[in-house]
Design a protein around this ligand. Structure first.
Ligand SMILES: [Fe+2]
Length: 598
């Protein structure tokens, strides 16, 4: 039965599944889709399929061919964007809207001016003390974390409710004899427990960063910087608080030349080990959790939607708001942030080639199903990890999105047959899964049931909104205070620990291991830019003609229900934050951009 016959849509030419429009209209839709395929060439141009060993030019601190004036200006106020950034190759409707462009430009301009002022008023300062970092912040207020970043509890909390909450996993086997032995000592002294007791009771967790050991990443680490491949162990204590137990900075279980650090070590020795972990975590976070798993994967879905679904298609109507500005921000990232002259090349331990190689390595084994929220939580075995605010909030938002996507799509797809007969939908799935197209491993090449379609739509909207917010919104809060999380550490990985009672590192050594003045500006500037507040929150999902009251009363009701549910979730998050005395707001619906736009 057609949607019109069901009495839902007054205009037979709009917002129908393709099998339910007239033959003339079907032909017109096909012509329009073919034109769109030319306007949106299918190139996910991040070099994902290129050879990770391919040579790329050295970073020069300014872009190749920059004039003397621009090089001089770069030294004075930091990197200026190349001229090409203002020239977009995207179709007009995919570019930044004027309000978005001006907001972005104003935000960037404000950062450039603030940093120019900080440079001018702190010309001689080096980053050798905590006070020096405060002064280099200039007029930018440091994030809350600058008050308690030295605490172990805060270090562990960043695994649960920080900017990269995706590395923590339960530890259910011995990760290595050396680290287990060191953890055992810490457990005995601080928590009256043994390693086996901690593991058997499920209170042991770990984070690991194995891809950082790959030659295509390590060979691209800048001179003077060090990129550890750490293993960290954590323990849930009797107050249900996650606490760090041990850190081993190099891969492999050899004790020789690969000491294990614990909170029992001297104060700054332990904090140097923690700083290396933060730098390694920043590479996994920015290149994999943030860039690859939200920006680039969403780009695949955005392109397929533009290339295979007519604009009147109900699924296109549902998804299009969640791709707003995504192609534009990714284009800008490629031209600026990820390029040879960009902030990643200037700030992070791995140069831009190293970070792109990290993306390629992660993408090689990336499976669509493994990254569905519930599957990911199950694979990492973190469903009962106490204080895991990312999980708690994301599950609420995921459920609300699921109800919304089912409610909307269920109006058009009444039976599984409606899904199977939808040739535009089938081409869309085919393109996303195609090894020469979207290359999303594990994505079904054909969609045969409503259930599968509803799950896919929920997952796409969640990734483009909440998942991105979880790994994007906290960038300034984490990396804005450099001593908390430097994105590069300039201290060699120790080969041994001294006898107990003496220390390897002093406070001065700690700050000397932090980025220098210019790289401090680079890191703080990069995360300031990327923490731009949202313009269109998730509460503005469903602002599409197909779901307006005039076109489809039922869809309009679903949108209303979704917004009310999001407001309830917001209130619950506020109440929870009041109760625990800590503000985790990255997944508060008002703070979730409905699309990846920054
Ligand atoms: Fe982002």
């Amino acid at each position: 039965m057609s949607a019109t016959k069901r009495g839902l849509l007054p205009n037979p030419s709009l917002f129908h599944l393709p099998q339910y429009v007239s033959e003339d209209r079907q032909r017109a839709r096909q012509v329009s889709i073919a034109l769109n395929r030319e306007r949106y060439p299918q190139v996910v141009d991040v070099g994902l399929e290129e050879d990770p060993e391919a040579e790329l030019p050295e970073s020069t601190g300014a872009w190749p061919g920059a004039s003397r004036t621009r090089k001089w200006l770069t030294r004075l106020v930091g990197a200026l964007p190349p001229k090409e950034i203002f020239l977009s190759e995207l179709p007009p409707e995919a570019r930044f809207s004027r309000p978005k462009f001006f907001r972005h430009a104003t935000h960037a301009g404000s950062m450039v001016l603030r940093q120019a002022w900080a440079r001018a008023t702190n010309f001689d300062f080096q980053t050798r003390s905590e006070g020096a970092f405060s002064r280099l912040m200039g007029t930018i207020p440091p994030p809350r974390i600058h008050k308690n970043w030295k605490e172990d509890r805060e270090f562990a909390r960043q695994r649960l409710a920080g900017v990269n909450p995706l590395q923590i996993q339960r530890c259910s086997n011995v990760p290595g004899d050396a680290i287990a032995k060191a953890a055992e000592k810490c457990l005995a002294q601080r928590y009256s427990s043994t390693f086996n007791q901690a593991m058997d009771s499920g209170r042991l967790y770990r984070t690991e960063y194995p891809l950082l050991s790959q030659p295509s990443v390590q060979q691209e680490v800048r001179k003077g910087a060090y990129l550890a491949v750490p293993t960290c162990l954590f323990y849930v204590d009797d107050t249900n608080t996650l606490m760090p137990l041990a850190i081993q900075l190099k891969p492999g279980d050899t004790k020789e030349g690969n000491p294990v650090f614990t909170p029992l070590n001297e104060f700054w020795d332990w904090r140097v080990a923690r700083a290396h972990v933060q730098a390694s975590d920043s590479h996994y976070h920015e290149s994999i959790s943030h860039l690859l798993e939200t920006h680039l994967v969403s780009e695949v879905f955005a392109l397929a939607t533009n290339r295979q679904l007519h604009g009147d298609h109900p699924l296109a109507q549902l998804l299009i708001p969640h791709f707003e500005h995504t192609l534009a921000i990714n284009e800008q990232a490629r031209k600026n942030l990820l390029a040879d002259h960009g902030e990643i090349a200037r700030s992070m331990a791995a140069k831009h080639t190293g970070n792109i190689n990290l993306v390629r390595l992660a993408w090689k084994d990336w499976q669509y199903q493994d990254h569905h929220l519930n599957n990911d939580l199950t694979i990492r075995d973190v469903n009962d990890l106490p204080g895991y605010l990312y999980r708690d909030d994301s599950k609420e938002v995921f459920q609300a999105i699921d109800d919304y996507a089912r409610g909307i799509l269920g109006i058009w797809y009444v039976k599984d047959k409606d899904v199977r007969l939808d040739n535009e939908l089938q081409s869309w799935a085919q393109e996303i899964s195609d090894p020469n197209g979207g290359r999303v491993h594990g994505f079904p090449s054909a969609i045969n049931s409503r259930e599968v379609l509803f799950e896919i739509a929920t997952s796409i909207i969640f990734r483009a909104s909440a998942q991105h917010a979880a790994v994007n919104n906290g960038q300034f809060g984490t990396y804005g205070w450099i001593p908390n999380a430097p994105v590069a550490c300039y201290q060699a990985l120790p080969d041994s620990l001294p006898e107990s009672g003496s220390a390897l590192f002093t406070e001065q050594d700690y700050y000397a291991a932090m980025p220098d003045r210019e790289r401090t500006f680079g890191q703080a500037g990069m995360v300031w830019l990327l923490s731009e507040p949202t313009m269109s929150s998730l509460l503005r999902a469903g602002e599409q003609p197909a779901f307006s009251r005039e076109h489809c009363f039922q869809a309009w009701q679903v949108v209303g229900r979704f917004r009310r549910r999001l407001k309830e979730i917001s209130d619950a998050i506020d109440a929870r934050n009041d109760l625990i005395g800590f503000e985790y707001n990255y997944l508060k619906p008002q703070n979730i951009d409905r699309s990846i736009a920054i």
